[in-house]
Design a protein around this ligand. Structure first.
Ligand SMILES: *Cc1c(COP(=O)(O)O)cnc(C)c1O
Length: 381
């Protein structure tokens, strides 16, 4: 029997390959490979899609976050409140500008920042709250913005996994002061290489980010007003992203259908907790991440959880699954303080031992999902 991968980008290329090839060849023939019409066109279309005045494209989601913090002048001595249950880039950029990430525990249900614990983490050094719309499920932005406003804090949304997701009928990336997106190939809107973008309603922030992404200069000259970086988006990637943006809503709709089918197939299996879309929001299912309940098993390695056993058994049956994320950021060697005890951020720590992400991509077929469900039932029996 054929293997079921965690994601499959070749299926998408089969459908839009001709369009992509034509667009890429046109860029090659144009002789304009950095910036130019395809980058500007994409920036305008993406701003319109998200619902912001401005979009500045850059080289990755990590750079989008970094440029956002630089534009806000976040510096040593500042604190940024964020989640420990995310990809390293979210916290890495806080460290990269010399500020301190302050990790607040997550909610068990959504894996997103627990907004009930944010206020207690605010100090006189706090400048920014940096929520992550993890796995494509939106954070309650109404509540988060109210907290931020009452403490005069800026909100930078990490939308890397959530392009097209909505809270209260507004797209994430248009609700906070700045939205940061990644076009890494496995994100819902993926380039054929690296790419990223910053969205904002604030023209001053957008102008600063434009400056910083190109060596601190205006419009390609040799006068430098700030210490910047090289984080430009390639014209080829912008041309590809323009095409893919037209399909994004359809693909997100297909992901929602895949999630519905999983819920239908898996809802009566004991010992697992299925992911849910938060009430008031619309998720875009970058991942379908469930929990396999059960602490570390006593039968095998002491550190091996029931989840790890299930994952191995699934693999043996030809079903690939992923673990996002096996170690919360506050426990990573770079962030753990000496003699740190387990249980500091207990919900995130437990999630790290229980989460399992099933195959999820728009083209995943119903019969493949049935096989995933059948194998999972088998492993849990
Ligand atoms: C992918 C991702 C990033 C980084 O994006 P890159 O384009 O890979 O640099 C940041 N935050 C989260 C939550 C992500 O999933």
């Amino acid at each position: 029997m054929s293997k079921i991968p965690p994601f499959d980008l070749s299926e998408q290329y089969k459908v839009i390959g001709d369009e992509i090839n034509t667009a890429v060849l046109a860029v090659l023939a144009s002789g304009r490979y950095i910036g130019g019409a395809s980058v500007e066109g994409f920036e305008q279309q993406f701003a319109a899609y998200i619902g912001t005045l401005e979009c500045v494209a850059c080289n990755s989601g990590t750079d989008a976050l970094y440029l956002a913090l630089r534009a806000l002048n976040i510096k040593p001595g500042d604190e940024v409140i964020t989640t420990p249950f995310t990809f390293i880039a979210t916290a890495e950029v806080i460290s990269a500008v010399g500020a301190m990430p302050v990790f607040v525990d997550i909610e068990a249900g959504t894996f997103n920042l627990d907004l009930g614990q944010v206020e207690a983490a605010i100090t006189e050094r706090t400048r920014v709250i940096l929520p992550v719309h993890l796995f494509g499920q939106p954070v309650d932005m109404t509540r988060l913005m109210a907290i931020a406003q009452s403490h005069s804090l800026t909100v930078v949304e990490d939308c890397a996994q959530a392009v097209g997701a909505e809270w209260a009928e507004q797209k994430v990336g248009s609700i906070g002061h700045i939205g940061c997106f990644s076009f890494y190939p496995t994100k819902n809107l993926g380039a054929c290489g690296d790419g990223g973008a910053v969205t904002t309603h604030d023209p001053t922030i957008a102008a600063t980010i434009r400056l910083l992404r190109d060596h601190g200069r205006r419009a390609g000259g040799y006068y430098h007003e700030a210490i910047g970086v090289n984080s430009r988006l390639d014209a080829i990637q912008a041309a590809i992203l323009q095409i893919k943006l037209r399909y994004l809503d359809t693909w997100n709709q297909q992901r929602r259908a895949v999630a519905d089918r999983y819920r239908h197939l898996l809802q009566h299996i004991p010992g697992i907790v299925l992911p849910q879309e938060p009430a008031g929001g619309k998720g875009v299912w970058n991942q379908y991440t469930l929990r396999i309940l059960g602490a570390a098993s006593h039968s095998l390695e002491p550190t091996e959880s029931r989840r790890d056993q299930v994952r191995q058994q699934l693999q043996a049956e030809g079903v690939s699954s992923m673990i996002y994320y096996p170690l919360p950021l506050h426990q990573q060697p770079i962030y753990a303080v000496p003699d740190q005890h387990p249980g500091q951020l207990p919900i995130a720590e437990q999630a790290a031992t229980e989460v399992l992400s099933l195959p999820m991509f728009p083209e995943l077929a119903p019969d493949e999902q049935e096989r995933v469900a059948y194998s999972l039932k088998d492993c849990l029996a």
